[in-house]
Design a protein around this ligand. Structure first.
Ligand code: CUA
Length: 338
């Protein structure tokens, strides 16, 4: 009986011991930060965690000690002796928690101000508009004058000003390694400052439930070296490449009424101006398809075109009832858009 009770008391300690395991398993951990704001958030976490851990240990030790030491022995009967009103004790156990909370509040405010401010007037900052759609991400680079989707590129070491809005419902942009998260709200623009410290691909996911494919609204952020970023921007500013072979027929299908891709998608420099689905100007150059749930390959593109609802049920792209040959030609055209 006593051992079972002790085990119950020790349960929180066991959970605590499992924490490093959970940390190692996470793909995009908030502890593995690669940005100034991410680091200050992680530091805040560890400080608060440290304070909580010390309090936890003190309380647990006292609880277990008192439980064992002052337990009812077999031969004792009746109520234990009642004592009231030790003023020093009362002041102590009101004052210490109040002081602890005040300290936590203070360091939290300092962290929030640092993370929130952003280098607002930094002439070096890059502005990117992020627009949430059910269920994909639109990225507009107003100064560089192009639009892309689902794969966000930014240069390392440079502050980036993300202007967040939504086309439909509330979404939430969260790339844990790059810092804080923020909602994309219809009819409102929110500002989020991010900066990546090292080149890598950072992943995340929409963090506000937004409908059937909420979990299929994934984020991929490519933090490029300045040279790679400049090369990527130059590539995005280029128009349609010269086409050959099956891609020529694929292009005809794209604009013709059966598939009518052009009424929902945009390809810069053509008559395709739709905004229901992602901008496809350079879709062939992306690593993933369907808001980062499907690796980009000609085969996967064909699978997607033949039955988008099988891959992401509920998404806005209908089954176009293409023949296998047409789907292959259309995929050839889209994959040639590098
Ligand atoms: Cu978008 Cu959840």
């Amino acid at each position: 009986m006593r051992w079972r009770f002790m085990l119950f008391l020790a349960l929180p300690l066991l959970l605590l011991a499992a924490l490093p395991l959970a940390q190692g398993a996470a793909a995009a951990s908030i502890f593995d930060t690669h940005s100034p704001s991410g680091s200050s958030i992680a530091t805040l976490f560890w400080i608060v965690f440290g304070i909580a851990a010390v309090i936890f240990v003190i309380v647990e030790v006292a609880l277990i000690t008192f439980t064992i030491r002052y337990r009812r022995r077999g031969d004792e009967a009746g109520e234990p002796r009642q004592i009231f009103g030790n003023r020093r004790l009362e002041l102590l156990w009101t004052g210490i928690p109040a002081l602890t909370l005040a300290i936590v509040f203070g360091i939290m405010v300092v962290t929030m101000r640092g993370v929130e401010a952003g280098p607002v007037n930094d002439p070096n900052a890059l502005t990117i508009e992020v627009i949430g759609h059910q269920w994909w991400w639109e990225y507009r680079y107003p100064d560089q004058k192009f639009v892309t989707a689902n794969e966000l590129h930014l240069p390392v070491g440079q502050p980036v000003h993300l202007r967040l809005r939504s086309d439909d419902v509330i979404h939430d942009f969260w790339v844990p390694q790059l810092g804080r998260k923020m909602d994309l709200i219809p009819g409102q623009t929110n500002d989020l400052w991010v900066q990546a410290d090292s080149p890598d691909v950072y992943t995340g996911s929409c963090a506000e439930y937004c409908g059937l494919q909420h979990a299929g609204m994934r984020l991929r952020v490519f933090a490029d070296t300045p040279d790679d970023f400049a090369a990527w921007v130059a590539g995005q500013q280029r128009g349609e490449p010269p086409l050959s072979g099956a891609a020529v027929h694929g292009r005809t299908l794209f604009f013709q009424s059966q598939a009518d891709c052009a009424s929902c998608h945009a390809i810069d420099g053509t008559t395709a101006k739709g905004n229901v689905g992602p901008n496809l100007t350079h879709v062939g150059g992306r690593t993933m398809l369907a808001a980062n749930v499907l690796p980009n390959s000609p085969d996967n593109m064909v699978r997607w075109l033949l039955n988008p609802q099988a891959i992401k049920p509920g998404n806005r792209m209908p089954n176009l009832r293409l023949s296998d040959d047409d789907a292959r030609d259309l995929a050839a055209y889209l994959e040639s858009l590098k």
